[in-house]
Design a protein around this ligand. Structure first.
Ligand SMILES: NC(=O)c1ccc[n+]([C@@H]2O[C@H](COP(=O)([O-])OP(=O)(O)OC[C@H]3O[C@@H](n4cnc5c(N)ncnc54)[C@H](OP(=O)(O)O)[C@@H]3O)[C@@H](O)[C@H]2O)c1
Length: 306
């Protein structure tokens, strides 16, 4: 299994994280098989959030770990907090109580990584720093990260937070590649030039923050998969099909390879609940796309090169 450095931690982790947002509806047997399959393949990095399935995703995951006899210490468990009904909340009290809930549902004494899910407009970084210190000192959380944050928000946190911010989890896929487009269309009046993220990709590379790509096979905001969606993405699917043949892989593997080809060592967070699909994504991690093929896919998704 391809591995990548995890931020500045000195750890290496699988380039594919197993996204657990969709596991709550899985039949027990299928979930058990899925976790066993992932672990057998070396995919031991699991991405959760306290809100997935209203907490059920963490619960059914822990129950499956128990049934299958998998060992918690062989896993890297990441979860997120900070989203509450009708608000975001990075207060010290909420972060601490959210982590208690996560640990209970995941049936574990510690989290390998705690991620702040979405920027909270009312964030007081001093409070986040207090919460992180308490969680680190008590041994309840080993590493910290953020999700959907722009560089200035990370910098604001870093002014008070002592622990390194190891990851920023962001939406990234061939059609949802604004992070790349804004860096290619600098200073133009083209739509892709809009700086929607504060050059977060460059910032993360400069500061040893691992970018984790969420919804790597979706377009829009949870609009559905683009792979196989020939009506919406005819050109992209034609290119995926042709390259799949060329590389002896499937279109899904090629879409995954597109993310792995970026030199930022992006960790792909795969949300599939299918072992067969996960096998395709693993295959994608073994493919190094030619430079021209990477750009061809980028253009086929409707992006431009000035
Ligand atoms: N930080 C955030 O704000 C945030 C937001 C969203 C998600 N996430 C994380 O990112 C993970 C992945 O998100 P996601 O599930 O939306 O991403 P995804 O991997 O792009 O999508 C997976 C979903 O697409 C389906 N699918 C259909 N065709 C597919 C194909 N050709 N290749 C792959 N999947 C295909 C899968 O069905 P099958 O199960 O049948 O394969 C599954 O329902 C989540 O589990 C969660 O951990 C984070």
């Amino acid at each position: 299994m391809k591995t990548i450095p995890l931020g500045g931690t000195g750890l290496r982790v699988p380039a594919i994280a197993v996204g657990c947002m969709r596991v709550s509806g899985m039949p027990e047997e299928k979930l058990d098989q899925h976790l066993l399959y992932c672990m057998e393949q070396g995919l031991n990095f699991f991405d959760h959030a306290d809100i997935y399935g209203g907490g059920k995703c963490e619960e059914v995951f822990a129950a499956s770990v128990k049934r299958t006899g998998l060992r918690r210490e062989d896993m890297f468990l990441q979860s997120k907090c900070g989203i509450r009904p009708g608000m975001y909340d990075f207060s010290r009290e909420h972060i601490l109580s959210a982590v208690e809930g996560i640990l209970k549902r995941l049936n574990t004494e510690y989290l390998d990584m705690l991620v702040l899910h979405r920027p909270d407009a009312l964030m007081e970084p001093e409070e986040v720093a207090q919460a992180f210190d308490e969680l680190e000192t008590s041994g309840k959380v080993r590493h910290f990260g953020v999700s959907n944050h722009r560089p200035s928000q990370i910098a604001l946190l870093k002014k008070w937070v002592r622990q390194p911010i190891c990851v920023d989890q962001l939406q990234f896929s061939i059609p949802a590649s604004g992070m790349v487009a804004s860096g290619l269309e600098v200073n133009l009046d083209t739509p892709g030039a809009a700086d929607r993220d504060g050059a977060v990709l460059d910032y993360c590379r400069l500061h040893d923050i691992t970018v984790q790509a969420w919804s790597p096979f979706q377009y829009g905001f949870f609009k559905g998969p683009f792979v196989g969606n020939r009506e919406q993405y005819p050109e992209l699917n034609q290119a995926l099909d042709q390259l799949a043949e060329q590389y002896g892989a499937t279109p899904t593997a090629i879409a995954a390879a597109w993310i792995f080809r970026h030199p930022a060592n992006i960790q792909l967070v795969a949300g599939t609940t299918s072992d067969a699909r996960m096998a395709e994504i693993i295959r994608g991690s073994e493919i190094r796309l030619e430079r021209g093929d990477w750009y061809r896919l980028y253009l086929a998704a409707g992006n431009i090169l000035p």
